[in-house]
Write a protein that binds this ligand. Sequence first.
Ligand code: GLP
Length: 258
Amino acid sequence: MDVVIAPEDELGEIVADEIATLFAARPDAVLGLATGSSPLRIYDAVAARVAQGRLSLARARGFMLDEYVGLAPGHPCRYSTVIDQDFVSRVDFAPGAVLGPDGDADDLDAACADYEEAIRAAGGVDLQILGIGTDGHIAFNEPGSSLASRTRVKTLTAQTREDNARFFDGDVDTVPRHCLTQGLGTIMEARRIVLVATGDAKAEAVAQLVEGAVSARWPATVLQHHRRVMVLVDEAAASSLELADYYRDTRTHRHLVS
Ligand code: GLP
């Protein structure tokens, strides 16, 4: 794992550099897109580069991680609406280039299977952007998720519904109880993964992710088995890392490999 501890306002640019490098080599690359507040700084940085003509996503494809069950298309909290506002409408994706699992489908299991097939048909995800929940979930893979799981229906924890109530006018009762989410096994197939976390509420989850034992109790720990993961955190999110000084040192004395 490449652990980068940097000021919050630098995290977006660091990931935008990675994305720019990817698209310079492969203009039709496939991005994995996360919702939530953590990736916003990345989307801002990428949107700025697209506006300046320094980067184009015109040939890119995008796959979202997850979606609430039961929110109709256009619902302001539906993740497809959120990602459109936060990112897709601000860059130059071709129409229909970004897909998400359909949490409003009549047959949710079929929607999950179709989504897995769509990712496969696109050749898989080149670079997956992730946030992390305070309980260590990635996408909506709550504690107890199989480390080999695929896209499926999950029940959200009370903690996640409380954390996300801020997007539902603070009313936890209106946060759906169920979601569709890419599985941990699905996410692990991305060729490259970049996870961003800020703030002290994420410190324990980040410490488990980087230094804890791999366990379904902290689902993000599965990423320890991935060969190309970058974990970007600010000082607050890094505050429970035992080896923080070592991670800082590795960045200062970087051994560049091709
Ligand atoms: C939600 C999303 C996750 C996200 C997490 C953290 O539960 N399903 O993909 O990583 O929230 O969100 P935030 O970045 O807003 O803290």
